[in-house]
Design a protein. Structure first.
Length: 788
């Protein structure tokens, strides 16, 4: 009763976890294989650490509960733990894939039939059992093939591998590969035999046997051949040829042999290791040499190929060797430095030279000085380099003696340190220093100043020359420096003394005739060169206001400027009458200013000649008129001529400055101009038209009565009123005198038509804006007086 209860509790506990086995649905023939699928819940799979102990998976055949050990027992088909090993009859025939939860059983036997279940151990306490079993039913397969495994054989042994089935089976067993198979059948069996001489290449080789028409890979029988042989293909491997000093290398010895060979290493004839790997640490140059290994088992031994260890290292004991004594050398000598390394592996491939710790461009082993220069003096080191590293030599010092060079004069202007652009103000202190580069430094100095075309030696000696600047101190200075080897003159240094401009000299011809070219020159003495400006003065200025007034006039009265450093200004003017006036040459530089003023007189012909009219150009008869000829000229006008233009003719009507009309008449109307003349030339004014206004003149009636006869008695008579005036006639009035001598207004208009019945005496009046004028009277007779 207790046993049944424990069994129930164990099953109940196991069923709480979802572990299932998929039932099998078909029979399996003897000799084939079977796959049993299972299921383990993801929760259970994720909860495991999957270490070396857990989970534990065991497949059981025909399991039962054992209350004593409180666990299921049965034939162990597969086990993941040595605690419950696989049963003998299933050894080497089962495998389990945890990823797809599949148990595979190969070469099925009749005794394999039964119920299969999965036992799962999550840890020491939690255990699970599949709730369902898979029943495996094995059917008899009389025509299965069987093979004989001969086990391990020694190299050279004659081996026979037989694959057999019953004689009454329809097929012939077949070996793969089958190139050396032979058929050996009898009344009981059909056999295919492989017979060969075992070689070491056969070790581990697999042959397969099955019936000729087999499609089931599980019915194939395999034999994996084991051959015992002495070491073969023994090889020492590694890369010892390019190892650097201080590094470590590992060499590997490989060989094929059965049983597996043991190894021993030999370095430069000495035994070093009994492992398949040889570790050489902190290699030194003396470790270079031959190394090989030996592989050995109970059947013999073989030496490997020889490796050559080549320990590479940076150059050692690098030093500089000179071609002569390192005493002070003279400029121009030939000298060579050689960079030498006592040893180097690989050889030195490049050199780096340094002078006073600064890299030089040379990369050769030798530093050659074909002609020593002062710049070559200094401390030299060389660095030898190969592919491993570099080493630098100790420094070697070269000293070079040479005469003065780069000799030059430098100027100072106390209290300042320098003289900008070698310029000194008048009266300022000037200090000159002779600078040079020489070795040895014991020097003598001589000073020179240029006097016109040549240099003159000065009495002063020593490195410095001091003076108070005057105009005479301006010029070029040179010094000569000498030591025991040579002497050298400096280049000349121009010294400029700064002073303001002298009184400008202004050269200008006056008077000058208009339209001629006038050259104006202005010159001055100063340093620096002055800017010279030529300005026309527009109004009088006091001397104190000169500069400000000049500057204010520059934009509009600026004739020329010179700052070309020549202290000279020259301006060419095509003279116009407007150029007359006072001219100023103004000079200024950084040190001062001055000016000179001069007047220019310009002769020019009359210009702007104009007729002035008084009181006006439109007048009436008997009015007063005065015409005056005005002009501009220098010298003044010497003669005046009046011209009247009349009917395309020019008439001279006067020679005075003014032309006067006491009482104007209509004949005085016309165009008037005047011509002014002086010694330079003449000019005629534009014409001025004078208009004299007058009332109607010569008023008369024109008719066509002459030649009329009775035939014209029924025709009207046309009368026309003619007159002239300025301004023109504005209108006409007609009058008729009746028999009673009564004047009667007839009509308005220049023409009138008189009918035959309108005989009588007629006259007309012409009107203008100024006056009116009556015509003569004309009698128009009645029709009876016409004769025919």
């Amino acid at each position: 009763m207790i046993y049944l209860l424990m069994t129930f509790l164990g099953l109940l506990s196991d069923s709480m976890c979802e572990i299932n086995v998929t039932p099998l649905t078909k029979n399996h023939p003897e000799g084939s294989c079977a796959q049993i699928k299972c299921f383990i819940s993801s929760k259970l799979m994720q909860s495991n650490s999957w270490d070396n102990q857990y989970p534990k998976i065991i497949w059981l055949k025909n399991s039962t509960w054992n209350g004593t050990i409180k666990d299921f027992i049965g034939t162990v088909v597969y086990s993941s733990t040595d605690e419950r090993p696989v049963a003998f009859e299933f050894q080497n025939r089962t495998s389990f894939n945890i990823h797809d939860c599949t148990l595979t059983i190969n070469n099925l036997q009749k005794g394999d039939s039964g119920d299969f279940s999965l036992r799962y151990y999550d840890n020491a306490k939690d255990r699970y059992m599949s709730t369902k079993n898979a029943t495996l039913n094995i059917t008899e397969n009389p025509c299965k093939v069987s093979v004989h495994d001969p086990g391990p054989v020694k190299e050279g042994t004659i081996v026979e591998l037989n694959c057999s089935t019953l004689a009454n089976c329809s097929f012939q067993p077949k070996w793969e590969p089958s190139d050396i198979a032979s058929i050996m059948n009898d009344q009981h069996s059909k056999t295919s035999q492989l017979k060969f001489n075992a070689t070491w290449e056969n070790d581990g080789k697999t042959w397969s046997c099955s019936n000729q028409d087999n499609k089931d890979p599980c019915l194939v029988r395999k034999v994996t051949f084991t051959v015992m042989y002495s070491p073969k293909e023994t090889k020492a491997e590694g890369n010892p040829t390019n190892v650097k000093e201080g590094e470590s290398i590992t060499l590997t010895c490989t060989s094929r042999g059965n049983p597996s060979p043991t190894y021993s290493w030999f370095h430069k004839g000495e035994s070093r290791s009994s492992n398949s790997r040889l570790l050489l640490q902190d290699l030194k140059p003396e470790d270079s040499g031959e190394v090989f290994c030996k592989a050995q088992n109970k059947y013999g031994y073989v030496k490997s190929n020889v490796l050559q260890i080549n320990v590479q290292y940076a150059p050692k004991e690098v030093k500089i060797i000179s071609s002569g004594m390192l005493q002070p050398l003279l400029e121009g000598e030939n000298f060579t430095l050689t960079c030498n390394a006592s040893s180097s592996n690989p050889p030195v491939h490049s050199y780096i030279w340094k002078k006073d710790n600064n890299h030089m461009l040379i990369r050769q082993q030798e530093k050659i000085f074909p002609h020593l220069q002062p710049e070559d003096a200094g401390k030299y080191t060389c660095e030898a380099t190969n592919s491993v590293g570099s080493m630098e030599s100790s420094p070697v010092e070269i000293r070079v003696n040479y005469g003065p060079r780069n000799t030059k004069v430098e100027a100072r202007c106390p209290p300042f340190d320098d003289c900008p652009e070698n310029q000194v103000k008048l009266g300022q202190q000037l200090h000159l220093t002779c600078k040079t580069d020489a070795q040895p430094l014991q020097l003598e100095y001589t000073w020179y100043q240029r006097n016109r075309e040549s240099f003159v030696m000065l009495s002063e000696k020593g490195i410095n020359l001091q003076m108070k600047a005057s105009v005479s101190n301006a010029g070029e200075y040179m010094c000569c420096a000498a030591n025991s080897i040579a002497a050298q003159n400096s280049s000349s240094l121009p010294i400029n003394v700064l002073y303001g401009p002298s009184k400008p000299v202004l050269e200008m011809k006056s008077p000058v005739t208009e339209f001629n070219t006038l050259i104006i020159k202005c010159s001055v003495e100063s340093f620096p060169s002055s800017t010279l400006t030529l300005i026309k003065k527009v109004r009088a200025h006091s001397a104190g206001a000169l500069v400000s007034s000049l500057l204010s006039q520059m934009s509009e009265n600026h004739y020329g400027e010179s700052n070309n450093g020549a202290n000279h200004l020259e301006v060419a003017i095509n003279v116009s009458f407007s150029d007359a006036g006072h001219y100023i040459c103004y000079a200024h530089n950084s040190e001062g200013e001055d000016f000179t003023e001069q007047e220019l007189t310009v002769k020019y012909a009359p210009r702007s000649t104009t007729v002035l009219v008084k009181p006006g150009t439109v007048l009436k008869e008997n009015d007063y008129l005065e015409l005056t000829c005005t002009t501009e000229s220098f010298p003044p006008v010497s003669s005046t001529t009046w011209i009247k233009s009349f009917r395309d003719k020019n008439l001279t009507v006067g020679n005075e400055t003014s032309l006067k009309f006491r009482a104007l008449s209509a004949e005085d109307s016309g165009k008037y101009s005047c011509r002014a003349e002086n010694e330079v030339g003449e000019q005629t004014s534009k014409t001025t038209e004078i208009t004299v206004q007058y009332g109607p003149k010569d008023t008369k009636i024109i008719h066509s009565m002459i030649g009329r006869d009775l035939r014209d008695r029924d025709k009207a008579l046309t009368l026309s009123c003619l007159s002239y005036s300025y301004p023109n006639i504005t209108h006409y009035w007609w009058y008729k005198i009746t028999e009673n001598t009564v004047e009667k207004f007839v009509t308005e208009g220049q023409n009138i038509t008189v009918m035959p019945e309108e005989s009588g005496t007629y006259y007309c009046i012409a009107f203008s804006s100024i006056a009116n004028k009556r015509s003569n009277m004309i009698e128009v007779p009645p029709m009876r007086e016409y004769k025919y």
